[in-house]
Design a protein around this ligand. Structure first.
Ligand SMILES: *Cc1c(COP(=O)(O)O)cnc(C)c1O
Length: 386
């Protein structure tokens, strides 16, 4: 009998200078929010993405919160975002005192559907004194948040063009998409601000961490101020407003810098994993692998397949069974309009997101996954198909 195999869904791959840089923090005493790795992490992310400013914060959720604030989202506003995303995207809206409006995804990119965004704005909103107002609630729509889901870029140009036409701020949730390309350009820097996450399961990790990236010096300064209690002066305890302590520590940044040195290798490994799944599963009847659009290069944060009911009547039962066998597949994000805190939220017509949720399975994708482990995932999945 062979030992029980555990294949994690997405765990950190700590194969570089992590230990060395963390030791440097401990040896020098720079363990907290001051220290050289924080600035270095910010500069290296900014330079990788080709943006002027990057502000490190304690996690991706905090990055989204402050990016929305910097984009001008205020109490009682509304923010449009896809229903198919992690709860943190909408949580950030609520933490601004605003309300989410959930729209559907588009079946190629799994991101916010530009046509449905345009339809919603045309049918349900109007411009009053220079602001876009959602007619039914009277709320000002102040921003749109595209999410690059599972590392695949959204149809950005189409979304940006609509937002430009309506003068809506764009805040990109790029938490899953570090390294992804939209028509050859790195995603995350097209709106007022983009947000990254360095949680343990993301493309690179800092243990925990986030970053706001922006080309706008004013937005960057605003995010930095809010993340550091809006303190005006380094000596005096004067605060311009009530802010937050959202800072990243030097210890975390040290891990982040070491991980970033391995980013291209991680992206290669993730791509090979996705290609392996595609080769093995893509040709099967009733199985659709989530593939890159011709204009896209995914970070392949999390490879996904859709299973037709004739091959898998109950996707949740399959996920539970594989998980119990140590093959840690996961369901697609639970659409937010179906979640208790958002039961009464405004939304457009939703069908694609519900289908992706109902039929989708996310496959293990740690950068360190081996060929044998991938094959075990494939074999276990196929064995459970009808
Ligand atoms: C991970 C994630 C976040 C939040 O990042 P944390 O660092 O976990 O706070 C936000 N949005 C999406 C789409 C994510 O996947």
């Amino acid at each position: 009998m062979s030992a029980r195999r555990e294949i994690p869904n997405a765990v950190p791959h700590l194969a570089g200078n992590e230990w060395k840089y963390v030791k440097e923090c401990l040896d020098t005493g720079w363990v907290s929010s001051a220290g050289p790795f924080v600035g270095r992490f910010e500069r290296e992310i900014a330079s990788y993405l080709g943006v002027e400013h990057a502000v490190a914060v304690m996690n991706g959720s905090a990055a989204l919160h402050l990016a929305l604030r910097a984009a001008g989202v205020e109490r009682d506003d509304a923010v449009i975002l896809p229903t198919l995303t992690f709860v943190a995207s909408a949580g950030a809206v609520v933490h601004c005192g605003a309300q989410p409006i959930f729209l559907d995804s588009e079946p190629v990119s799994w991101g916010l559907d530009p046509q449905k965004l345009a339809d919603f704005l045309t049918r349900e909103c109007e411009v009053r004194q220079g602001s876009v107002v959602h007619r039914a609630t009277g709320r000002r729509v102040s921003a749109v948040m595209p999410v690059h889901l599972y590392g695949h870029p959204c149809d950005l140009d189409a979304l940006l063009e609509i937002c430009r036409r309506w003068s809506l701020a764009v805040v990109e949730d790029s938490a899953e998409a570090l390294g992804a390309l939209y028509r050859g350009r790195r995603v995350g820097a097209d709106g007022v601000a983009g947000c990254l996450s360095f949680n343990g399961n993301k493309v690179v990790t800092a243990g925990g961490g986030g970053m706001v990236i922006t080309r706008d010096a004013t937005a960057a300064a605003r995010v930095r101020a809010l993340a550091t209690q809006a303190r005006r002066d380094p000596l005096e305890w004067v605060h311009d407003e009530v802010g937050f302590n959202y800072r990243l520590t030097n210890l975390q940044a040290a891990v982040g810098v070491a991980q970033l040195e391995q980013l291209e290798d991680f992206l290669d490994r993730k791509r090979r994993t996705a290609e392996h799944y595609q080769r093995a599963l893509g040709g099967l009847d009733g199985v659709t692998v989530f593939r890159e659009a011709a204009w896209a290069r995914s970070s392949y944060w999390m490879p996904a397949v859709l299973l037709e009911p004739r091959r898998c009547p109950d996707v949740r039962a399959l996920i539970r069974a594989l998980d119990a066998d140590g093959i840690h597949v996961r369901p697609v994000w639970h659409p937010l309009h179906r979640q208790p805190p958002f039961a009464g939220a405004c939304r457009g017509p939703i069908e694609v997101a519900d289908r992706l949720w109902d039929r989708g399975v996310l496959l293990p994708c740690s950068a360190g996954i081996t060929v044998e482990e991938r094959q075990a995932v494939i074999d276990a999945l196929i064995a459970r198909l009808a």
